[in-house]
Design a protein around this ligand. Structure first.
Ligand SMILES: Cc1ncc(C[n+]2csc(CCOP(=O)(O)OP(=O)(O)O)c2C)c(N)n1
Ligand SMILES: [Mg+2]
Length: 805
């Protein structure tokens, strides 16, 4: 660890020139005013919640100074000053987000979908194509969970390593200037207690990537002081062992005070140089940071900070210290600084008022239109008095929100239910139009709405010839991955044991030798940051395939997948994308941690991702080919027991594609529709054979993908013929089988065509016991499937199908 004072005294000339200093002072003052006024807006009821960057201004100005085009930030809610300073956030936009303005022009980061302090730049054009990221100052899209920025920060930095060292990427100049970009992370002191912080820090040290992590240390995490968070109370102290030396690679670690302008400048200057030029990760521990307004609008810090601490914070406020510094150095006079202060205050107030007006006017217009329509229809309504009352109450609403308007209109439509259509036609039409607008405002972009959406990619059938060889399933994948590595330089695959041995099932066997370590790569055992590594690289235009060795270990990565990857398009309203492919293997093999099929859990937490459940490796290969043309992130769960089963090698291995969302009918039949997926397809097909000998003819459907699920209604149509349905899988009872049932019975309205109760067949509620017998008594077997279907047919016709129980 180095004291900043001992670092190079070579000044970057732009750092300390007068104009730059006063510009920094102005930004700092504007940012502070935004914090102060933001808090008041919440207390006045104009916004629901506020969390601000006061006390962190100076360090962020220093960071901004060394942040270059093409660089990326992954940070947290205190970073407004930085965003102002790199010109990627205006004060007006800052307030628009505080008010939850749903217009993307007003709040480009989140279109009103996120709380204030969630920053993002827009990487995409409106049609979903990439902007020139190398020419932009970029911020990945923030999320609220503490330390959740860390995994993707690793990936953002890792992308620079790939862009630098893989010459095949050098002409992708819209994404990178040969890996010259630094990924800058920020995190609060308390958040460094999270496991993902340590995992990311370790991984970046191993990988030696250009990552600069700054810890804003104000001594607290909400009310809890450092002694509860960190051994020895200091993150830089406990990370000392990471410090590089002459013999060993590692980190450069700086400790610097959050109110010391010159030292901050020096620290960030050095950090940027070391990271950018040497590709060495840097940790900057910014201590002595204050939080003048306390944690957020949810409470006051007087409850947990001592009088001495509060006094200390007042005296060490970085703005006060910066002012003292400017005066001492005779950069400006008291009067000049006072003028900047008052101008900043005026400017921020104007911008805030403009933001409020723009936000409120939109809703006021909607309110006005609704009141006019209600007033116009009231006299003709059989409920004239009540409708008039609704209009009058609505008119009087103080600081109306959209809900006030829409809920009133809906109630008016209830009241006019017996009125002639002509009385309410205008109101109904207006309401329908608003519903469309609101759908776009609040519900769009869970999945891609761009030209690269998977929905738009058609199937290309696999081709076979007389000579097509029968090979192990893993060889199908190997041929597919070979073709992808050949045709797409942006593609790379990585994970535990993926590199040298080509994954535990050898689908990448020999491919590292052929394409090099940067394309097919081993990683440490660290599922969370494997996903982050892929996420960050995907945000920078690459096409990563991150491998989770077994589906049972995805829990470690689930938080990043659910909170970050899956929500990305939605929370930026199409402003960013991360087309990450997560490859894993699951379903039946052996025992509690190698036979998992927790599909319901994934379906519930990963809306926003594609979930593919191929029954064999040919289907999996076709899905990979499709996904590589799409811009949605996906999870592909291969069948653990399928790598050694024989499949025919298609002659168009690199071209054939599976259309996602379209189930495949594996066997036609008339008595019952059985919907399944993954390894259960073979079990159900074998059961179908047995059932035919018992006089029952089932139709077997492989769902193929669960998100999206049966977009063309294949299952519903099948039920129209068979009038009976069973959903079978290896998840717990009420897991994915219940999801499929809801989709078919409710969404596809199959209920109307059923002659028997719809049924599910799942595994036991516990995890599977070890060994083949453990599997047999835990997961659905051929006998279980046969007996379940037979018993349903027995209920239909006990004479033809006498009980076998
Ligand atoms: C995973 C998670 N747990 C709890 C919270 C609630 N929370 C929000 S901020 C915060 C404290 C963070 O403190 P620190 O990292 O020091 O940042 P500071 O706010 O002090 O800048 C907590 C506990 C959260 N957002 N995420
Ligand atoms: Mg803190």
């Amino acid at each position: 660890m180095r004291e900043v004072a001992t670092l190079s005294k070579n000044r970057n000339p732009k750092a300390l020139n007068k104009e730059q200093l006063l510009n920094d002072y102005r930004i700092a003052q504007e940012s502070r005013q935004a914090s102060l006024m933001g808090r008041k807006e919440v207390f006045m009821g104009k916004a629901k919640f506020g969390i601000f960057g006061d006390g962190k201004e100076l360090a962020q100005l220093a960071m901004a100074r060394y942040f270059e085009k093409g660089d990326f930030r992954a940070g947290y809610y205190r970073d407004q000053t930085f965003m102002f300073a790199i010109d990627q956030l205006t004060v007006k936009e800052y307030f628009a987000q505080l008010y939850a303005h749903t217009d993307v022009e007003a709040d480009p980061a989140s279109a009103g979908r996120l709380m204030n302090g969630h920053f993002a730049t827009r990487s995409l054009n409106d049609d979903g194509t990439w902007k020139n990221l190398a020419e932009m100052k970029n911020s990945s899209a923030d999320i609220s969970p503490t330390a959740a920025q860390m995994p993707k920060l690793l990936g953002l930095a890792y992308a620079s390593k790939l862009f630098k060292e893989n010459k095949g990427l050098h002409d992708l100049t819209e994404f990178s200037n040969k890996g010259n970009e630094v990924a800058w992370g920020t995190i609060g002191n308390a958040s460094t207690s999270e496991g993902m912080f340590f995992e990311s820090i370790n991984a970046a040290g191993v990988l030696q990537v250009p990552m600069v992590v700054s810890v804003w240390d104000d001594g607290y995490g909400i009310s809890v002081p450092n002694e509860y968070h960190t051994t020895k109370g200091s993150i830089s102290e406990i990370l000392k062992g990471l410090q590089r030396n002459d013999d060993q690679k590692g980190y450069e670690i700086f400790v610097v005070k959050g109110w010391d302008y010159e030292s901050l400048d020096r620290a960030f200057e050095n950090a940027a140089r070391i990271a950018r030029e040497e590709h060495v990760p840097v940790l900057i521990h910014v201590v002595d940071v204050t939080q003048p307004q306390g944690h957020s609008t949810s409470g006051s810090h007087e409850r947990y900070k001592s009088a001495e601490r509060l006094e200390w914070e007042k005296n060490h406020d970085c703005l006060l210290k910066f002012r003292e510094f400017l005066l001492e150095r005779k950069i400006a006079t008291e009067e000049q600084l006072d003028l900047i202060d008052s101008e900043a205050k005026k400017f921020v107030k104007e911008q805030k008022d403009l933001a409020w007006k723009s936000f409120a006017d939109g809703i006021k217009n909607e309110l006005k239109e609704a009141v006019e329509l209600l007033t116009a229809m009231a006299p003709q309504s059989s409920n004239a008095t009540a409708v008039t009352q609704l209009a009058e109450d609505l008119k009087k609403t103080l600081n109306p929100i959209r809900k006030d308007v829409i809920s009133t209109v809906r109630r008016a439509l209830w009241l006019s239910r017996t009125d002639a259509e002509s009385v309410k036609a205008d109101l109904r039409a207006w309401y329908a139009h608003q519903q469309e607008l609101n759908k776009d405002r609040y519900n769009s972009h869970l999945y891609s709405e761009s030209i690269f959406s998977v929905e738009k990619i058609d199937a290309v059938a696999p081709k076979y010839t007389e000579e097509s060889p029968l090979v192990d399933g893993r060889e199908i994948l190997q041929a597919c991955f070979d073709d992808i590595l050949q045709r797409d330089p942006r593609f790379f695959a990585f994970g535990e044991d993926v590199g040298k041995i080509g994954d535990v099932n050898q689908a990448f066997a020999g491919l590292q030798a052929k394409y090099g370590e940067l394309r097919v790569t081993d990683t440490g055992i660290r599922e969370c940051t494997i996903i982050g590594q892929g996420l960050g690289a995907a945000l920078r235009g690459l096409r990563p395939m991150a491998e989770i060795q077994y589906l049972d270990y995805i829990y470690y990565a689930l938080m990043t997948l659910a909170d970050d990857v899956a929500s990305l398009q939605y929370r930026t309203k199409g402003g960013q994308k991360a087309p990450l492919i997560v490859r894993t293997r699951g379903h039946r093999l052996e025992g509690v941690w190698h036979a998992g099929s927790p599909i319901g859990m994934l379906l519930h937490s990963l809306r926003g991702m594609i979930i593919c459940v191929p029954r064999d490796m040919t289907q999996a290969a076709g899905m990979y080919n499709t996904l590589l043309e799409a811009d949605e992130p996906a999870l592909v769960i291969e069948c653990l027991n399928g790598y050694r089963l024989k499949e025919k090698m298609p002659s168009n291995i690199g071209q054939f594609k599976v259309q996602l969302g379209v189930p495949e009918v594996l066997k036609e039949g008339n008595d019952m529709t059985v919907v399944t997926y993954g390894s259960m397809c073979r079990i159900v097909m074998d059961a179908a054979q047995e059932l035919s000998e018992l006089g029952i003819d089932i139709e077997v459907i492989d769902a193929q993908t669960l998100l999206p699920f049966d977009t063309t209604g294949v299952v519903g149509k099948s039920i129209q013929k068979t009038n009976r349905v069973l959903f079978a899988d290896e998840d717990v009872p009420g897991g994915a089988s219940a999801y499929m049932m809801q989709q078919v019975i409710e969404d596809q309205k199959a209920y109307y065509h059923l002659d028997s109760e719809p049924a599910t067949l799942a595994a036991k509620a516990h995890r599977p016991a070890y060994s083949s017998d453990g599997d047999y008594f835990s997961k659905p077997s051929i006998e279980d499937v046969v007996e379940k279907i037979y018993s349903m047919m027995n209920e239909v016709d006990p004479v033809k199908f006498p009980s076998i129980d």
